[in-house]
Design a protein around this ligand. Structure first.
Ligand SMILES: CC(=O)SCCNC(=O)CCNC(=O)[C@H](O)C(C)(C)COP(=O)(O)OP(=O)(O)OC[C@H]1O[C@@H](n2cnc3c(N)ncnc32)[C@H](O)[C@@H]1OP(=O)(O)O
Ligand SMILES: CCCC(=O)O
Length: 450
């Protein structure tokens, strides 16, 4: 096949490519680092002539140009699989809406249930000699979108790392309708976390004590899991493995510190497995063409049946709030959507099924808002409207800077006692009084320090 000739025939401008988008269409904009940029700017010029365009995407690292057109909600809506700060702000502008989904189910939802997708656009790496455009660190559910899209447009960016893996890591030119060469803007990054706070340090110490040599790690999205990872890189742990949904900078720190060799993994030994990645330029450079790293679609990485096959699986995720029954709300506060369910429950379920596996839900004991008011993250009941990300039947270990409790199988009074014992001391008495009113407190509980 003469891929160069096919490339030349399909090459077009962004302005020309977006002419195929019409009012009422469902459009896929990519995912994370794969979200289009040059095509977005072109669509922002066309969008004022269109109505009711429905766009899907997730974890924006940059505010798309379409969000800033005049009277945006009249022209389109953004439907997010998982919200970053940019998307949660856009919710308040009536542009963005959240699609609740357990992340491992996203590819099958796209394959078997989603309405037709008229146009799918992805930001990709340059075509290789075999005619493939690599997705960069975004296997996620992209293969499923390709199956369902009527038209596929790729936006080539020479800065996109080439992420190797198992399957679903790129698209062949034969399946692409149009190719747009971007202005090769630098990729968006998440800066490496600074010095871990004292709270992060305490939480990390508690978790590190529970990790055996040879364990396999998953770190969730957000500041705290990353800080825990950075401290694992400085620990004495050995022969760690990686099997995660999101690849983050602290895995690079651990690998460079010689903590990761994957030698004890009983699935994909030696490989660091992930579904997508977001981080620093250093992390993108590390992933580029690195055969140790294996990117695979999320219905593989996050399937609890996959996770369960890996012994000593350690899952570390963050939460927004948790109630005294052990219901974890990791994605919203009341009706305010903060992020999304993501793969948290996938990993909580999978780690529990793993021989020697444990899942840790961690958080600081308090949250201070922009007005400087401080609240306990351990609440008697969740705020009205808060989504339950992990049901109380599934929650395993919960960690704050005041300690760690294992809630699995515990009765309501044991949960209340355990959670209050790791709440901030300033809130313990109040929590006990609420627990008493809710009839989940026994006289026996009195040994909690207040
Ligand atoms: C990715 C994987 O590998 S798999 C599974 C991982 N996936 C998940 O865990 C999904 C759910 N979890 C998450 O999305 C994240 O871990 C979070 C939201 C819990 C924490 O992420 P972070 O980026 O560290 O959150 P951060 O502390 O910056 O808070 C985000 C926002 O929530 C607000 N917030 C946080 N906690 C609270 C709270 N208790 N009450 C009210 N608002 C809160 C913050 O003020 C901030 O709002 P802002 O954007 O207006 O400033
Ligand atoms: C898209 C999912 C990200 C997460 O699980 O947090």
């Amino acid at each position: 096949m003469d891929f160069a000739a096919e490339y030349a025939a399909k090459l077009t401008t962004a302005d020309q490519a977006v002419q195929c988008i019409h009012s009422g269409d469902w459009i896929d904009y990519g995912f994370g680092l794969g979200i289009v940029d040059t095509l977005d700017k072109a669509l922002a010029k066309r969008m004022p002539q269109l109505e009711d365009v429905k766009i899907r995407g997730a974890i924006l690292l940059k505010r798309p140009a379409i969000f800033d057109i005049e009277n945006a909600p009249a022209h389109f809506c953004w439907n997010s699989w998982h919200m970053s700060g940019i998307e949660r702000k856009a919710c308040m502008e009536d542009i963005a809406y959240y699609n609740p989904i357990r992340y491992s189910e996203l590819p099958s939802y796209c394959l078997y249930e989603i309405d037709d997708i008229q146009v799918a656009m992805f930001r990709v790496a340059p075509m290789d000699s075999f005619g493939y455009f690599n997705f960069g660190p975004n296997a996620s559910h992209q293969y499923a979108i390709l199956e369902r899209a009527d038209k596929v447009i790729v936006e080539v960016n020479t800065n996109m790392p080439r992420c190797l893996g198992g399957w679903g890591t790129g698209v062949h030119i034969s399946k692409v309708d149009m190719i747009v060469e971007s202005d090769n803007a630098p990729l968006e990054t998440i800066p490496k976390g600074g010095k871990p706070s004292e709270v992060d340090q305490k939480v990390a110490e508690l978790i590190v004590n529970e990790i055996p040599d040879g364990a396999c790690l998953q770190l969730g999205i957000g500041g705290m899991p990353n800080a825990v990872g950075a401290l694992i890189a400085k620990s004495d742990l050995k022969h760690l493995g990686v099997h995660t949904e999101m690849y983050v900078d602290s895995f690079v720190d651990m690998a460079r510190a010689g903590k990761i060799d994957g030698s004890k993994k009983n699935l994909n030994p030696g490989r660091q497995v992930y579904a997508f990645g977001q981080g620093s330029k250093e992390m993108y450079d590390y992933l580029n063409d690195n055969p140790e790293c294996m990117m695979a679609p999320v219905d593989y990485t996050n399937d609890p049946r996959t996770i369960s096959q890996i012994d000593n699986f350690i899952s570390i995720n963050n939460t927004v709030d948790i109630d005294l029954f052990g219901q974890v709300s990791a994605e919203s506060s009341g009706i305010r959507q903060i992020s999304g369910a993501g793969g948290q429950l996938d990993f909580v379920l999978g780690a529990y099924l793993s021989k020697g596996g444990k899942s840790f839900i961690c958080c600081s004991s308090t949250f201070t808002n922009k007005k400087g008011e401080t609240f306990s993250r351990i609440l008697p009941i969740l705020h009205p409207g808060s989504a339950v990300t992990d049901t109380r039947a599934n929650t395993h270990y919960v960690v704050t800077e005041y300690g760690m409790v294992n809630l699995k199988g515990k009765s309501t009074w044991e949960r209340a006692e355990g959670l209050i014992s790791i709440a901030h001391p300033d809130f313990r008495q109040q929590l006990i009084e609420e627990a008493e009113k809710m009839h989940i407190w026994r006289k026996h509980n009195a040994h909690v320090n207040v």
